[in-house]
Design a binder for this molecule. Structure first.
Ligand code: C6P
Length: 418
């Protein structure tokens, strides 16, 4: 189910205070002596106690290397790691466990597809279609590939609201297109792309699709079978798991055809100096000792989100975003960057002529954490003719009072520079 359909039904309400109690950092950190108002969730989410506890339990009782030992600890660690894979499979509703490749995050997932699929199947004169909304991690790998292979990057423009222009997309996908690689939710603007429709449009030309789900998974229920995408990449730390964790979903038939991205231990069946035979998927793509604890933590984080329910989370965040949009729009001199029809979590803004870095510094004095800068999406900044924005991004534990604190602080900034 997508964000669009999720909001059409009446979802259960969130007990936000109870949820906040699960996140120790929210009560333990006081920037400038003020309670922390954490609105930088698009950069990284905070970790709930069950995930912290799981990491401690793993390190205290279960750690050993995986897939390599017959001793009890190794078997325990292996079972926990593979159980985490099943949790990712369930979370994304993938058909099979072997369609889940653990990665260090979304960036590695995209790079894996670039090396594994791109270098095998994309050649001179072929085209890769992305959108103007992409994060650098879904631009730069494709530029590298284009340079190496003589392929061409085609970029679907966005309109003044920050919505992808679908007619242009339709025009750009054609017989030369070998891959569509698009973000599900824009990190700089919050635009929710109509990915299901875009995937179907690509498939009409027989083109496989990679979805960058980094900003979607904490906010939108994702069902890869329903979307029917070939690849879906995300990072664990944005969905309340550890940094260094993440996953790439890939349809088994594609993962099987792809070449491994990294060579090393665990991704082989046999090695001689003459020839190496690769392991089956997903091990083929998981060379070396992985961050075992991080993946186990990721599995726990996905279960945590699953227990609360993404429909309820999406509805709460939608209300927060609507409230914040209305309140911020009423502040003199505030310009919102990105007003797409469907948005998730992100409010990017400019206050008068004040540089966003100054805005961020002043908000921090009130205990409010936002991100300022180009958000690793420089083409989006260029499109809106701004060098940077201040960006508030919401998560399940944010409250309306925190939005009020943000607006009051922005008002102070505006008055200071008026
Ligand atoms: N965006 C932000 O503040 P990694 O760094 O691999 O976990 O995620 C990369 C990435 C890929 N796609 C999108 C849409 C993203 O937003 C991000 C990470 C953070 O917006 C850090 S730049």
């Amino acid at each position: 189910m997508t964000a669009q359909t999720a909001l059409a039904v009446t979802p259960p309400t969130l007990d936000v205070e109870r949820i906040r109690a699960d996140f120790p950092i929210l009560r333990n950190v006081h920037p400038h002596g003020k309670p922390l108002v954490y609105l930088d969730n698009a950069a990284s989410g905070q970790m709930p106690q069950p995930v912290i506890d799981r990491l401690v339990r793993y390190q205290t009782h279960e750690h050993a290397n995986i897939h390599r030992g017959v001793h009890t600890l190794s078997e325990t660690a292996t079972a926990a790691y593979e159980d985490a894979r099943r949790r990712v499979q369930k979370f994304l509703n993938a058909r099979q466990e072997r369609e889940i490749v653990f990665t260090s995050g979304c960036t590695e997932g995209v790079n894996l597809v670039m090396h594994g699929y791109g270098r095998r199947f994309i050649g001179e004169g072929d085209e890769i279609v992305i959108t103007w909304l992409e994060h650098h991690s879904n631009i730069v790998p494709w530029q590298m590939l284009c340079e190496e292979r003589g392929a061409k990057l085609k970029v679907v423009p966005i309109d003044d609201r920050g919505d992808v222009i679908l007619e242009e997309y339709e025009r750009l996908v054609g017989p030369r297109t070998k891959l569509v690689a698009i973000t599900h939710v824009s990190n700089a603007l919050g635009t929710v792309n109509p990915v299901k429709q875009m995937i179907a449009m690509a498939h009409a030309h027989g083109v496989p699709v990679l979805i960058d789900g980094a900003q979607a998974v904490p906010h939108v229920a994702v069902d890869v079978q329903d979307l029917d995408c070939e690849f879906y990449a995300f990072s664990g730390h944005k969905i309340f798991g550890p940094t260094g964790s993440g996953a790439l979903y890939g349809k088994a038939e594609w993962l099987e055809k792809m070449q491994p991205f990294k060579g090393g231990g665990d991704m082989i069946l046999s090695v001689t100096f003459e020839k190496t035979t690769y392991n089956a998927i997903p091990a083929k793509f998981e060379a070396g000792t992985p961050p075992i604890a991080a993946m186990i933590g990721l599995g726990e984080a996905l279960d945590y989100v699953g227990r609360i329910g993404l429909d309820a989370i999406a509805a709460h965040e939608h209300e927060l975003l609507a409230y914040a949009t209305e309140k911020m729009s009423a502040v003199d001199g505030v310009r919102l960057i990105g007003t797409a029809r469907q948005k998730a979590s992100v409010l990017s803004f400019y206050v008068g002529e004040v540089h966003p870095h100054d805005v961020g510094t002043l908000l921090n004095e009130d205990g409010i954490a936002v991100r300022t800068g180009h958000h690793c999406a420089q083409p989006v900044m260029q499109r809106f003719k701004v060098p940077a924005t201040a960006r508030a991004s919401f998560a399940l534990y944010n409250t309306f009072e925190e939005v009020d604190a943000l607006v009051a602080s922005v008002r102070k900034v505006q008055q200071l520079f008026a």
